[in-house]
Design a protein around this ligand. Structure first.
Ligand SMILES: [Fe+2]
Ligand SMILES: [Fe+2]
Length: 448
């Protein structure tokens, strides 16, 4: 274990400033690490020449531009007979001699667990760590935020026991307000101990959402997409439709479309989403967009506009729901059995209506998208779940309902090989009327 007064440092070698930034925040919050950063192996090695004795762990990106960063560092350590563990992150081949390799560098849980293992920090030590009541956050992190998910304080200069509130929860602040605090000499702001993980998670999602797809592997893009949808949902529920959330939603929809385009086979997409451990909501949205757009492309009234619309609906239809367990509910019986508070039960019951209301406020939403969202569980007013799939819903709603049910069946298999015949039989039994059967027949020819 790391003694309290140890000068031991973790050396992080990473050239993406956003990733560097949330790695530092997470590693210091979860594990209490002191971190020194370098932009490439060359500079890291220069540091190791004098400071190796104080470095406990090295976390290095496999490749930084043309440099084989992890390999260079591992070779350097071997030559000097240094035994500092090396965690390699990012896509690439695992280098022999690395302590561990985490190919998806945006998955923080494995990173934190592996780091703890490398430093021999146990779960008990993590849990027992004494955390001050006001938890310090370097002020620079506030430059990437426009609002905080919890109240933010500064320490009184005269009396360090006193903390003064600076930003209230969710209220917008500007970069110049942060800059003027920096000018006052403030280096850290503080959040209450109980809020620190929420705060860190929020900053992390903010930074992950801003990453450019170009710099990421396909798996990392999926993780970034997942985090970004989670982030958007939380924002929509707390601040509603604003310029900020609209921009974020547009970015999310563009990512959704790209994923559907770059995975021309459903089975492959499902496999990737499941093995990537993305959330249910995200998988559901991606598969739904895939299936929905394939049906619309092949139906006689289909058009690029309709395809655009179904993608939009796939993205927004459950936006009022905040987690996976809520999104998995698809019938009155499941809702009754679910272990939710009365408020959550009401929310799930009305989510189609609430999501539709969101969409009416969204600028340039495709015409009629709100109506289909309202009907996506078969009731006309968006409240409750229909057991009888009647003839009163619109044609696009029929497509969407079939696509959504198909998605549910696909997700039930949890990545096991998809059996096309079983799936289609199940669908036909659920929707016996002819309007639905026609769409199901179409599905037969397009999804495999
Ligand atoms: Fe849904
Ligand atoms: Fe829904």
């Amino acid at each position: 274990m790391v003694p309290e007064d140890s000068l031991a440092l973790t050396l992080l070698v990473e050239n993406n400033p956003k990733i560097e930034s949330f790695y530092m925040l997470n590693l210091s919050t979860w594990l209490g690490l002191e971190i020194v950063t370098k932009k490439k192996a060359e500079y890291a090695i220069a540091l190791l020449q004098t400071e190796a004795a104080n470095i406990d762990l090295i976390i290095v990106r496999s490749k930084i531009e043309k440099e084989e960063s992890a390999k260079l560092i591992i070779e350097y350590l071997a030559k000097r007979l240094l035994t500092i563990p090396v965690i390699e992150i990012g896509p690439g081949k695992e280098i022999p001699g690395a302590f561990a390799h985490i190919p998806n560098s945006l998955l923080l849980r494995p990173l934190i667990q592996t780091t703890a293992k490398a430093l021999k920090i146990t779960a008990k030590e993590m849990a027992d760590k004494v955390v001050p009541n006001y938890f310090p956050i370097p002020i620079l992190y506030f430059k990437v935020l426009r609002r905080s998910v919890c109240p933010v304080y500064s320490q009184d200069i005269e009396d360090p026991a006193v903390f003064v509130i600076r930003f209230t929860k969710l209220k917008e602040f500007t970069e110049s307000e942060v800059n003027s605090l920096v000018q006052e000499g403030i280096t850290h702001l503080y959040v209450e101990k109980l809020h620190r993980l929420d705060f860190v998670n929020n900053v992390t999602n903010e930074l992950i959402t801003e990453l450019e797809a170009l710099d990421l592997s396909v798996d990392e893009q999926l993780t970034a997409g997942d985090k970004s949808v989670e982030h958007l949902t939380q924002k929509l529920l707390s601040i509603g439709i604003t310029e900020e959330t609209v921009t974020l939603a547009k970015k999310n929809m563009a990512t959704l479309k790209r994923t559907v385009k770059t995975n021309p086979k459903l089975a492959k997409l499902v496999e990737r989403l499941v093995s990537n451990k993305t959330s249910y909501v995200y998988r559901h949205t991606q598969i739904l967009a895939y299936v929905g757009s394939h049906i619309v492309r092949n139906i006689d009234w289909g058009s690029p506009d309709q395809e655009e619309k179904i993608m939009f609906i796939a993205f927004f239809h459950d936006i009022a729901l905040s987690d996976d367990t809520q999104a998995m509910i698809a019938s009155t019986l499941e809702l009754r059995k679910a272990n939710f508070s009365p408020e959550v039960k009401t929310l799930v019951e009305k989510h189609a209506q609430v999501s539709a209301e969101f969409v009416t406020k969204f600028p340039h939403a495709p015409m009629g998208a709100d109506q289909i969202i309202r009907q996506h569980h078969g009731t006309l007013n968006g409240i409750g779940f229909s057991e009888h799939w009647g003839n009163n819903v619109s044609p696009m709603s029929v497509v969407f309902i079939v696509a959504e049910e198909f998605t549910r069946i696909v997700l039930k298999t949890e990545g096991a090989p998809l059996n096309r015949n079983d799936m289609l039989r199940e669908l036909k039994e659920t929707f016996p009327t002819s309007r639905f059967q026609k769409v199901i027949e179409l599905l037969e020819s397009v999804t495999f």
